[in-house]
Design a binder for this molecule. Structure first.
Ligand code: WTA
Length: 773
C-alpha cells in the first residue's frame, strides 16, 4: 500500500493551543473542502470538547480554527466558534426549559410519554400523542416504552428526548452535505494534522490519567488476569512502534495483525497508528486461505501473530495457520519480510512452535528491548488508519478503508453519548478486535475517552455460563456491550448463572451485530440488568465506523428491539424499490442521506466497487444493505439484510463466499446458500448442494463439504445444514431463484408462490422431498 498523503512530520504538538494537532502555518489550499463538482461536499465540522482534532473547516465565511477549549457540551460548527457556542448554549437551555416529560412510575418501569411532534429522522409529522397503556395489556412492542430511571436520566449527558432533539436540530438545521450523484469522495477535516494513538494515550496521560487502568485483561482460564495503566500501555505501544520502524515499516505501509484477544492486539493496533502505518486486523478465527487472501490484497510489510491460543479447553496453533497463509501468498508473488510472533506461553511454549529463522521473530526477544518513547507521526485527517475486510455479495471480501480524523471524532463521540460514558466507568465490550466493533468500541472509542476497558480472551460460556457475570463483578464493570447471540445463548441456561452474581456495578447495557428480538431484550434488561440498566441497541456497520441509529440511554424511552433514533448528524431515510423516500410509518430499504465523519472512504483498490455497491443502488444515498421499518413514533426497527449477506452470530458472511468454498470441493457441482432463522445465532447457513454426476449422497461427504468451508473461510462460516439438491430452481435465463430456496429452507411451503416460470418446475418437489435426507 502506498502512502496517500505523506508530508514530513512537523514539530511536536505540545506547543500549540490544541495539543493533538498542528495547524498548518500556511493557509489551507484553495478549495480543499469545496470538493469538485459532483463530489460529496462537506461543509460542517464536528467538534467535541474531548477530542483534539483541529478542523480547518470550510465555510462560506472562510476557514477559521476552532477553539477546542470552548465550554460547549457538544456542538457542530458551521462557520464561527461564536455562532457555534451561542447555538449550543441555546440548545442546552431549551433542553432544560422544554424538559417536559410526563412520567408515571410502575413496577416494571413502563411509563407514559408524549411523542415528539416531529422527528428528525425523515419520519415527517407524527401524530401528537400516543396514549400508552401500561402493564401486561400491551399488545405490541411498538407501544411498549421502557424509560430510564429518573436517577439515570438526571445524571446523563443527554437527559430527555427534547435535549436530544435540540442537539440534533442544532446540526440538522445546518446545510449538510449529501451524496450528490457522480464520483463519491468523502473528506472530513482535511488539512488537519492529528494522530489517533496520541489522542488515545499521550493526551490522557498529559491530562493526569497516567495511572488510570487502560486495560483490564482476563484470560481464557479464570484466575488469569493482567492490567496496564495508560502510561504502561504507552510504553508498550512505543516499544512496538520503534520495532516496526526499525524493520522498515513506514507511514502508509500495511501491517496485518492476526491475534486473539491478548493485550498485544490493541497494543499492535495503536503502535501502527502511532507511526502512521495502516493496520489490517484479521479475525483469528479465519482460515489460512482467508488470511492469505487478505495478505495478497494489502501486501503488508509485517504480519503480527502469536504461536497459539486456548479457546475453552482447546489449543489452536495460530502460527501454523499464518505459515500456511504466508506460503500461499508467496505463491501469489506476495512475500512478507517479517512474522512477529508473540509467545503465548499459556497455550504453547516456544519449543513446540514451528519456526523459520530469518523471517520469524519472537516478540518477547526483541520488542521489550526498544525505547519506551516514540515520536508521533502526525498524519493528515484524511490519511488511512486501517483496513478491515468484510463480506459482500461476491466471493471477494471488501477492504473497507477508514481514515483518521473523521473516524476518530466519530468513534469517540458516539461512544461517549450512546453509553453515557463517565470517567468512573469500567467498560467491557465482548467483541473481538478482529471485527469493527473491536476497533471502534474496544480500542479507539473508549481509549479516546480515557476509559478503563476490559479485554477478555476467552469464551463467555467457559468454564460455565456464569463467566460474564463473574468478570462483571470482578472488575466492577459498569457498561456491558455484547451481541444478541450471546444473550440468546445465555438465556437458554438457568438464570441462576446470572443471579448468583451481584452485577450491582452495571448501569448501561449494549447490543450490536443483529436485531435483538424483544424476548432476548427483555431477558437482558430484566435478568442481567435487574430492570435498572437502559440498553443501547446500536445499529451500525463496518462501513459506518460508528453508531448510526442508537438509543441515548438517558434520553430515550426504549422499545424492546428498536434501535430508536439516529445519532447526531445522521439522516437515515427509508426508501422504496425505486429509491423514493417514504415518510411516516413504513418499511423499506435503509439509506443514509448525508455524509458523517466516520464513514469509510473507499474499498481498498476498488473505488468502483465502492460506488457500485453503496451509492448506485439508490442514487444520491448511501445504501446500507439493511431493511428497516419506522413506527408511528418514528422509532427505527432494523429487519435484517436485504442483500446476499447472512448475519450469523453477528458475523457477516456473504452467501457467495460460502458457495465458492463449497464448489471448490471436487464432488460439488453447484451450490446455493441462503440464511435461515436460527434460535441462537440469529441466522444459520443453509446450503443446497448439487453433486457431480453419479456421486452418491453420504454422511461422510456432508462432513467433508462442511470441513471444506471451515478450512476455506473459518469455523464460524460452517453451514448448519447441507440440503442435497439434484437440481436448483432457476429461471429460464439461469438465475437461481433464492426466494424459493429461502422458503424451502424455512419450511414455508405454502408460500412458495408461482413456480411455473422456472426452467424445470419439478426440481422444487424434488427438493421438498429431500429436505430431511
Ligand atoms: C447488522 C457490525 C440490527 C446489520 C457493527 C448491519 C444490526 C450489519 C445491528 C453490519 C443492530 C448491526 N440491529 N442489525 N443493532 N447492528 N446489525 O459490518 O445487518 O459486522 O448491516 O458491523 O449487522 O455488520 P458489521
Amino acid at each position: 500500500m502506498t502512502p496517500r498523503v505523506s508530508p514530513p512530520s512537523s514539530k511536536p504538538p505540545h506547543e500549540s493551543s490544541s495539543p493533538a494537532l498542528q495547524q498548518p502555518s500556511s493557509p489551507l489550499p484553495e478549495g480543499h473542502s469545496e470538493l469538485l463538482a459532483g463530489h460529496v461536499k462537506v461543509d460542517v465540522a464536528w467538534v467535541n470538547e474531548n477530542i483534539n482534532i483541529s478542523a480547518k473547516y470550510p465555510s462560506e465565511v472562510g476557514s477559521k480554527s476552532l477553539n477546542l477549549r470552548s465550554q460547549t457540551r457538544f456542538c457542530f460548527c458551521l462557520s464561527s466558534k461564536e455562532r457555534c457556542r451561542a447555538r449550543c448554549q441555546t440548545a442546552n437551555l431549551l433542553g432544560v426549559l422544554l424538559g417536559r416529560r410526563i412520567r408515571m412510575a410502575t413496577d416494571n418501569k413502563l411509563r407514559f410519554v408524549t411523542s415528539m411532534l416531529e422527528f428528525p429522522s425523515g419520519a415527517g409529522n407524527i401524530s401528537a400523542l400516543n396514549a400508552i397503556i401500561l402493564g401486561e395489556a400491551l399488545a405490541s412492542e411498538e407501544n411498549d416504552l421502557v424509560f430510564p430511571s429518573d436517577d439515570f436520566a438526571r445524571q446523563a449527558h443527554v437527559s430527555s428526548p427534547q435535549q436530544y432533539f435540540e442537539m440534533y436540530k442544532s446540526l440538522h438545521a445546518l446545510r449538510i452535505s449529501t451524496f450528490a450523484k457522480g464520483n463519491i469522495s468523502i473528506q472530513w477535516f482535511k488539512g488537519g494534522l492529528t494522530n489517533i494513538c496520541y489522542n488515545c494515550l499521550d493526551r490522557n496521560i498529559e491530562s493526569g490519567n497516567a495511572d488510570k487502568i487502560a486495560i483490564y485483561w482476563e484470560g481464557n482460564d479464570p484466575g488469569l488476569q493482567d492490567s496496564l495503566t495508560y502510561s504502561q500501555l504507552l510504553d508498550k505501544v512505543c516499544q512496538l512502534s520503534n520495532y516496526l520502524k526499525d524493520v522498515g515499516v513506514k507511514k502508509g505501509d500495511a501491517v496485518v495483525i492476526y491475534l486473539p484477544m491478548l493485550m498485544e492486539l490493541p497494543i499492535a493496533m495503536l503502535a501502527c497508528a502511532r507511526i502512521g502505518a495502516v493496520h489490517s486486523v484479521v479475525f483469528a478465527g479465519y482460515s489460512s486461505e482467508s488470511l492469505a487472501q487478505r495478505i495478497i490484497d494489502c501486501k503488508p510489510k509485517v504480519v503480527i501473530t502469536c504461536n497459539a491460543v486456548k479457546r475453552g479447553a482447546k489449543v489452536i496453533h495460530l502460527k501454523d495457520i499464518v505459515d500456511a497463509a504466508l506460503a500461499e501468498s508467496a505463491k501469489n508473488g506476495i512475500s512478507v519480510d517479517v512474522c512477529l510472533t508473540y509467545e503465548n506461553q499459556i497455550a504453547l511454549k516456544r519449543e513446540g512452535t514451528k519456526w523459520k529463522e530469518g523471517k520469524d521473530v519472537w516478540w518477547q526477544d526483541f520488542v521489550p528491548k526498544y525505547p519506551t518513547t516514540c515520536e508521533v507521526e502526525w498524519v493528515d485527517a484524511e490519511d488511512p488508519l486501517f483496513l478491515l475486510y468484510t463480506s459482500g455479495s461476491t466471493g471477494k471480501p471488501k477492504g473497507v478503508l477508514h481514515t483518521t480524523g473523521g473516524y476518530m471524532v466519530y468513534s469517540a463521540t458516539t461512544f461517549k453519548y450512546a453509553f453515557d460514558y463517565k470517567p468512573s466507568d469500567v467498560y467491557w465490550c465482548t467483541a473481538d478486535c478482529g471485527w469493527i466493533t473491536g476497533h471502534s468500541y474496544v480500542t479507539y472509542g473508549p481509549m479516546l475517552n480515557g476509559a478503563s476497558v476490559v479485554v477478555f480472551e476467552g469464551t463467555p460460556t467457559y468454564p460455565d455460563a456464569g463467566r460474564c457475570w463473574d468478570i462483571v463483578d470482578k472488575f466492577k464493570v459498569t457498561i456491558f456491550y455484547t451481541a444478541p447471540t450471546l444473550v440468546r445463548s445465555l438465556m437458554r441456561e438457568s438464570n441462576e448463572h446470572v443471579t448468583r452474581y451481584s452485577r450491582k456495578s452495571l448501569r448501561v447495557l449494549g447490543s450490536v451485530g443483529e436485531p435483538i428480538n424483544p424476548s432476548a431484550w427483555r431477558w437482558f434488561f430484566n435478568v442481567v440488568g435487574d430492570s435498572r440498566c437502559p440498553i443501547s441497541d446500536t445499529w451500525w456497520q463496518t462501513e459506518t465506523g460508528g453508531f448510526m441509529i442508537t438509543p441515548l440511554p438517558g434520553a430515550w424511552p426504549q422499545k424492546p428491539g428498536s434501535a430508536t433514533f439516529p445519532f447526531f448528524g445522521v439522516q437515515p431515510v427509508i426508501v422504496d424499490e425505486k429509491g423514493v423516500e417514504i415518510e411516516g410509518v413504513c418499511s423499506g430499504y435503509l439509506c443514509i442521506k448525508n455524509s458523517w465523519p466516520g464513514a469509510f472512504r473507499t474499498l481498498y483498490g476498488d473505488h468502483e466497487r465502492y460506488e457500485t455497491t453503496y451509492f448506485k443502488p439508490f442514487a444520491g444515498y448511501y445504501f446500507t444493505g439493511d431493511g428497516c421499518s419506522r413506527d408511528k413514533d418514528g422509532y427505527h426497527w432494523l429487519t435484517g439484510r436485504v442483500d446476499d449477506v447472512i448475519n450469523v452470530s453477528g458475523h457477516r458472511i456473504g452467501t457467495a463466499e460460502v458457495e465458492s468454498a463449497l464448489v471448490s470441493h471436487p464432488k460439488c457441482a453447484e451450490a446455493a446458500v441462503v440464511g435461515v432463522e436460527h434460535e441462537v445465532k440469529g441466522q444459520g447457513i443453509y446450503a443446497f448442494v448439487t453433486l457431480v454426476e453419479g456421486e452418491p449422497y453420504s454422511e461422510e461427504l456432508r462432513k467433508s463439504l462442511v470441513l471444506t468451508v471451515r478450512n476455506q473461510i473459518g469455523a464460524f462460516a460452517a453451514p448448519d445444514k447441507i440440503h442435497w439438491a439434484p437440481g436448483l430452481p432457476k429461471t429460464r435465463s439461469g438465475k437461481i431463484m433464492r426466494r424459493i430456496l429461502r422458503k424451502i429452507a424455512s419450511k414455508q411451503l405454502d408460500e412458495l408462490g408461482d413456480t411455473s416460470t422456472l426452467a424445470e418446475p419439478h426440481v422444487v418437489e424434488q427438493l421438498i422431498e429431500l429436505a430431511d435426507r
